[in-house]
Design a protein around this ligand. Structure first.
Ligand SMILES: Nc1nc2c(c(=O)[nH]1)N[C@H]1C(S)=C(S)[C@@H](COP(=O)(O)OP(=O)(O)OC[C@H]3O[C@@H](n4cnc5c(=O)[nH]c(N)nc54)[C@H](O)[C@@H]3O)O[C@H]1N2
Ligand SMILES: Nc1nc2c(c(=O)[nH]1)N[C@H]1C(S)=C(S)[C@@H](COP(=O)(O)OP(=O)(O)OC[C@H]3O[C@@H](n4cnc5c(=O)[nH]c(N)nc54)[C@H](O)[C@@H]3O)O[C@H]1N2
Ligand code: SF4
Ligand SMILES: [Mo]
Length: 713
């Protein structure tokens, strides 16, 4: 079917004259809080040109990041997978031969049925992650999972620590639209790097600075581009944000800056909490954080005296073993000052709940059996290698379908992940756009469409609109969408749900209609659906979404998640991070690279050119102490593994901290010890309490000149 018949004018904002370029609406599918509404230059039914930000959706405001603006490089990449493949070599070798779609789907279904007959349905583990956040493309796999009683997935890898910490105090993953930052007098970006990771936020912050003379404060562990854009920066030791928050509260309470009326009305603040906070002095926090005591006091006063203060909480500061406790401690600040009551005041972490969508049909929620086990997504390594406890008392995992995930690179403890993926008794299907490190281990590789080649809707987890991504291009080669694969397998596996017989568009339309949000076509005509809450609700003026309607200074961790043992009963700094010692004197932080998105875009020339080569950033004094020169080749390692990187020296990081940006393909690390593994071979898969998740920025390592380590080894 010619494209323009398939999509009768939908989303076309400028009609093409003969031979001219059409500009078509779309939406970014990536795991990024900006969740941009896009405008795509469609050059032909199979080619795009530039991508720009939609000017009408206020949050996007005409801006997109550099990597998506040149998406043509990714969608038209010569290495796109175009045909289903069957493994011909050993697992992980990457040797495959083409096979037909029918044969591939038959083979997967037979393998799943065989596995189920032998070990029961829980032996099959469908697995998805954030490659796309499409309401259909990402979570549609759950419909197959639930209909077939396959093992569930606890999606912890990204938001486990941050979400649980926020829930402990506020109660629900919701809040005001962060575009409200434009109305603030003080914006604090805490443990996030929006210039690199969600650039659109910066437009709204810039407005506040220009129109209101607002101040931007950034709290990070190194001199990021967001730090460079700030009026004031606090560079602290990783994993110590809880201490900073407590000392700020101590100053606010002792200098009479707390809103006592608000505390009494809308929180569980009591004399026990007050006594505890008063014991956490700036001197105590200075010792832990590495910040000068007077900087802590100055910033606490600024925050305490500014009613319209907005905390934009990133995820970075929660990727430590104490991450949930730190998030909870920081989230206490606007409850103490009552900043929530102001427009442009309060805090935002992520809107992952509270969209008012009935997703029973789309995600098969009503088919789920509570008795079926739920495996921790972050612990794919321990799960596949059968580590104690990881299988939750159930059978081994012997069959998987992976969509939207590159676990061999992104999950912690790469050694275990790869050992697991290579198991001879595991049947693995990977549905992918590229031959990733994970796909190389597959028995069957299926070629996937990109967001431009299928229909979907997306939740703006860093704003409050649902965005619409209607198909822009004909699918490349033989690629199929996630929805098509799920439906094709469901038929062969005898799984039942009316949604398996619906197109993605019909499924979205039905979902929107039963949720009272109009039709999919109406939404497509506009480009998005506004789901903003009224001010009183977004700011919790009449109560927080907790059982008693109050913000909780005293969290009930046991009610939040299973790994609650030892979490402090009051807001605090929890000293459980991986301690540096003489053998591993550095604490490694592994944050995103600006032009990669997790492991995506590592294949594009523009991003490769921009990022150069994998580096480790350390303080110049540390470098001198370890005999490391600028640009030198160094090895970074611990008991779990080692990588080779190029050293960059700076005074924009505290001594003892080592920054390694980006999740590069394993062969970029040029180290014989890598054995096909990347940076996450150094990262532990221990679950972060109370719900699980990964301490990506909490790894003790040594850093040595490459030559010296090589001779020692
Ligand atoms: N360009 C780009 N954009 C991305 C991504 C990407 O890989 N590349 N990933 C996307 C995804 S999946 C997500 S979840 C978001 C994440 O986006 P962010 O919320 O920005 O979170 P992180 O990427 O984890 O880390 C952000 C910052 O936290 C800092 N940090 C690390 N440890 C600490 C600490 O202990 N305390 C403090 N105060 N700061 C600390 C890091 O130095 C880093 O600058 O970004 C999305 N956007
Ligand atoms: N060192 C370190 N590791 C990290 C992090 C970190 O900060 N540091 N961040 C963590 C975080 S926050 C996250 S969210 C995870 C993310 O980890 P992942 O969600 O696994 O992210 P990606 O590496 O981008 O891999 C997603 C894959 O999905 C594929 N894909 C995209 N769209 C589609 C589609 O429509 N269909 C199919 N079938 N496939 C598709 C892409 O080609 C890509 O290979 O990584 C985590 N890992
Ligand atoms: S990756 Fe983020 S900033 Fe870039 S286009 Fe997508 S949503 Fe916007
Ligand atoms: Mo993430």
């Amino acid at each position: 079917m010619p494209l323009d018949t398939a999509l009768p004018g939908a989303g076309v904002t400028e009609a093409p004259a003969a031979g001219a370029v059409a500009t078509v609406r779309s939406a970014c599918p990536h795991d990024c809080p900006s969740a941009c509404a896009l405008e795509v230059e469609r050059l032909s039914p199979t080619r795009i040109g530039r991508i720009r930000g939609n000017k009408e959706l206020p949050y996007t405001a005409g801006v997109v990041c550099e990597k998506v603006s040149r998406y043509a490089e990714r969608v038209h990449h010569p290495d796109r997978l175009g045909r289903p493949l069957r493994r011909t070599g050993a697992k992980g070798d990457g040797e495959f031969a083409p096979v037909s779609w029918d044969d591939a789907l038959d083979e997967i279904a037979e393998a799943f049925l065989r596995a189920e007959a032998r070990h029961g349905s829980e032996t099959v583990w469908p697995y998805h992650s954030g490659g796309t956040l499409g309401l259909v493309s990402r979570w549609g796999l759950d419909r197959l999972r639930n209909a077939k009683r396959y093992s569930k997935q606890r999606s912890t890898i990204c938001v486990g620590p941050s979400s649980s910490g926020w829930q402990a105090g506020v109660g629900m993953l919701t809040g005001p639209d962060p575009a409200e930052a434009a109305k603030s007098d003080l914006i604090v970006v805490w443990g996030g790097n929006p210039v690199a990771t969600h650039v659109n936020l910066m437009s709204h912050i810039q407005r506040a600075r220009k129109e209101r003379g607002a101040e931007l404060v950034v709290i990070d562990v190194y001199d990021t581009p967001t730090v460079q854009a700030a009026d004031r920066a606090l560079i602290l030791r990783p994993g110590t944000d809880g201490a900073l928050a407590l000392a700020m509260m101590q100053v606010i309470l002792s200098e009479g800056l707390a809103d006592r009326d608000y505390l009494a009305r809308l929180t569980d603040f009591d004399p026990e909490v007050e006594r505890h906070i008063l014991s956490r002095t700036p001197a105590w926090a200075a010792e832990i954080t590495g910040l000068p005591e007077h900087d802590i006091i100055d910033f606490a006063r600024l925050y305490g005296r500014t009613k319209r203060s907005f905390l934009r909480l990133g995820l970075g500061f929660t990727r430590s073993r104490n991450g949930a406790v730190a998030m909870h401690a920081v989230s206490c600040l606007p409850a103490l000052t009552g900043a929530w009551q102001e427009e442009g005041g309060g805090a935002f972490y992520a809107r992952l709940e509270d969209w008012g969508l009935d997703l029973n049909l789309a995600h098969g929620l009503d088919l789920a059996d509570p008795a079926i086990r739920s495996l921790d997504q972050s612990r794919i390594g321990p799960v596949l290698t059968g580590a104690p406890g990881a299988l939750e008392g159930g059978p081994p995992v012997t069959a998987m379908l992976i969509q939207n995930a590159n676990s061999a690179e992104v999950a912690p403890d790469s050694r275990a992940v790869r050992a697991g993926l290579a198991r001879e008794d595991l049947f693995l299907c990977v549905h992918e756009q590229f031959m990733t490190a994970t796909a190389r281990y597959a028995d069957i590789v299926l070629p996937a469409t990109t967001f431009l080649e299928c229909d979907d809707f997306y939740m703006g987890w860093g704003h409050s609109a649902l965005t619409v991504g209607k198909r822009v291009l004909e699918p490349f080669a033989e690629t199929r969408s996630n929805h098509d694969v799920v439906c094709g397998l469901a038929k062969r596996l005898g799984a039942e749900s009316p949604a398996f017989d619906m197109s993605a568009w019909d499924l979205i339309d039905t979902t929107l209609q039963v949720s009272g949000k109009g039709s999919a076509d109406d939404a497509a005509a506009k480009g998005w659906i506004d789901c903003n809450h009224p001010f009183e609700e977004a700011h919790f003026l009449n109560g927080f979404p907790t059982a008693d309607g109050r913000f909780h200074f005293k969290p009930d961790w046991a009610a939040v998640g299973p790994y609650h043992a030892g979490l402090p009963a009051l807001p605090d700094h929890w000293a459980v991070t991986e301690s540096a010692d003489d053998a591993r004197p550095f604490r490694m932080v592994a944050p995103p690279a600006r032009t990669f998105l997790n492991s995506s875009f590592t294949e594009t020339v523009g991003s490769q050119r921009r990022e150069g080569t994998p580096t480790v950033l350390i303080h110049a004094d540390d470098a001198a102490a370890h005999g490391i020169a600028e640009g030198a080749s160094v090895r970074v390692g611990n008991d779990r593994g080692a990588v080779t990187l190029t050293a960059r020296l700076t005074d924009g990081v505290l001594p003892g901290t080592a920054i390694v940006e980006g999740i590069w393909p394993a062969d970029s690390y040029r180290d014989p010890a890598c054995e096909g593994m990347g940076i996450n071979q150094l990262v532990s898969a221990d679950p972060v309490g109370p719900v699980g998740g990964v301490a990506f920025h909490d790894t003790a390592v040594w850093v040595k000149p490459a030559g010296r380590e090589a001779t020692a080894a």
